[in-house]
Design a protein around this ligand. Structure first.
Ligand code: NAD
Ligand code: USQ
Length: 398
């Protein structure tokens, strides 16, 4: 199978490209390096030292004898080049990771809100529009987010994308229907993912595009079987207040002797998945594509749910780190339940990797090895969700 991975330089995209190549697929990558540029803009960097794309590709070729084709291209801006590339490559499938994915970054300023909307919606729309224009029947696998459903706090289970409802017609008869689950995004970033769903529904209905939308939970961990093979293949590890996600941040904070930064009461419940399972899920989605004419296939890419304060307690217990409860910079429910269905990927063959002391220790060890690269000033999450609430108070550094 020939697969194009767009956003292939990122945290999920790079290990996915390697995993698919290791499975014998013919893999090409696209990226515009915006994530590396944003690092420079916000004065941060991956905790693990990531090498240039040229060196990444050369290392993989030397180790495994498999070439990965790479094109630098902005999906949101370079529409003509995208059409040319797709015509030339004619991939069987496209894995779409190429969006601005940080909720705090998307809420930083009017400029970052506008950038996130313009980038994410134009990237997704350009891809769909290009497939129709050149007449390519490639299966699109998109990385969506559990955040499209919102964290409303009810304990009604979240289905995989579609909600069965009953509506009454003019004669007062009840009719069974299935609709896209209502969206309730909690940031401008999550809002773009909710909008993506409509783009997919439209292009699927109108043009028959075959699309899988994977509503993924928070990814944790950093290494996969392939990125471990050589230091130059290492995956990125975000720890800063904008891009670092909660469990990786806690493990890294423990490694550098910083108190764990729990927002509010830590009663937020979220879904999680390890990066090794992310790459496996993409493979499973690719190898069982929707049939021609099938509606958009939506699967929840999650393996477990946890409350933030429970994760902090677990990391503290394993590492001896202190836990600090901070005013929550975000506007989100302080406490919520989360029950979500994630059976479809397991039915396709996923064996979930759940939180284990060993795996958490591995992330903690990586963070300890690279602790000297950590800029403690970048740890606090300072972006406030509302402008009238001003800057969040700085977190005292231990
Ligand atoms: P990332 O920022 O590390 O990777 C995204 C990559 O896409 C970057 O390399 C960036 O340079 C590239 N990119 C962005 N806009 C582009 C454009 N217009 N043209 C070309 N390339 C572009 O993010 P990630 O953590 O790898 O996330 C990948 C996808 O998975 C995102 O869409 C995100 O919403 C989704 N997701 C991530 C997580 C998580 O916890 N990391 C969880 C759920 C869903
Ligand atoms: N949190 C803390 N302390 C921290 C960091 C975060 O308590 O130091 C809390 C946040 O307030 C939030 C929760 O932990 O309640 C999750 O925050 P996060 O930064 O780990 O994750 P989030 O902003 O939701 O975004 C991440 C990815 C995004 C993806 C999403 C999946 O960056 O791309 O879509 O996870 S989900 O959360 O399921 O929507």
């Amino acid at each position: 199978m020939k697969v194009l991975v767009v956003g292939g330089d990122g945290f999920c995209g790079w290990p996915t490209a390697l995993h698919l190549s290791a499975r014998g697929m013919d893999v090409a990558l696209v990226d515009n390096f915006s994530r590396r540029r944003i690092d420079r803009q916000i004065g941060s960097a991956s905790l693990t030292p990531i090498v240039s794309m040229e060196e990444r590709l050369a290392t993989w070729q030397a180790l495994r004898g498999r070439a990965l084709d790479f094109t630098e291209l902005d999906l949101a801006q370079d529409y003509e080049s995208l059409c040319t590339l797709l015509t030339h490559l004619a991939p069987d499938a496209i894995v779409h990771f190429a969006e601005q994915r940080s909720a705090p970054y998307s809420m930083r300023s009017p400029a970052t809100k506008r950038y996130t909307v313009q980038n994410n919606l134009a990237a997704t729309h350009n891809l769909l529009c290009a497939l129709v224009e050149i007449g390519l029947d490639a299966h699109v696998v998109h990385l969506g987010t559990m955040g499209v459903y919102g964290y409303g706090g009810t304990d009604a289970p979240i289905p995989e994308g579609y909600l069965p409802v009953r509506v009454s017609n003019a004669q007062g008869q009840w009719i069974e229907r299935e609709i896209l689950h209502p969206t309730d995004p909690g940031s401008v970033y999550h809002m773009t993912k909710a909008q993506d769903q409509l783009l997919f529904a439209f292009y699927n209905k109108n043009d028959g595009l075959r699309i899988t939308d994977l509503h993924q939970g928070i990814v944790w961990g950093t290494q996969t079987a392939e990125t471990k093979l050589d230091e130059r293949l290492v995956n990125r590890f975000d720890y800063d207040g904008d891009y670092g996600t909660v469990l990786n941040r806690f493990l890294m904070q423990a490694a550098v002797g910083h108190p764990l930064t729990v927002h509010g009461t830590g009663g937020q419940t979220r879904a999680f998945i390890h990066i090794q399972d992310t790459v496996r899920c993409i493979e499973l989605a690719l190898t069982s594509p929707p049939r021609s004419g099938e509606r958009v296939r939506i699967m929840n890419q999650i393996t477990e749910t946890h409350r933030v304060r429970d994760l902090a307690a677990l990391v503290a217990q394993q590492t001896g780190a202190a836990v600090r409860f901070l005013p929550n910079p975000r506007r989100e429910a302080p406490e919520n339940e989360l029950r979500a269905d994630g059976r479809r990927l397991q039915e396709l063959g996923l064996t979930p990797t759940t939180l284990s002391a060993g795996l958490m220790q591995e992330v903690h060890e990586i963070a300890r090895r690279h602790a000297a690269r950590c800029d403690l000033r970048k740890i606090p999450s300072t972006v406030r969700w509302r402008q009238d609430e001003g800057e969040a108070p700085a977190v005292a550094v231990a």
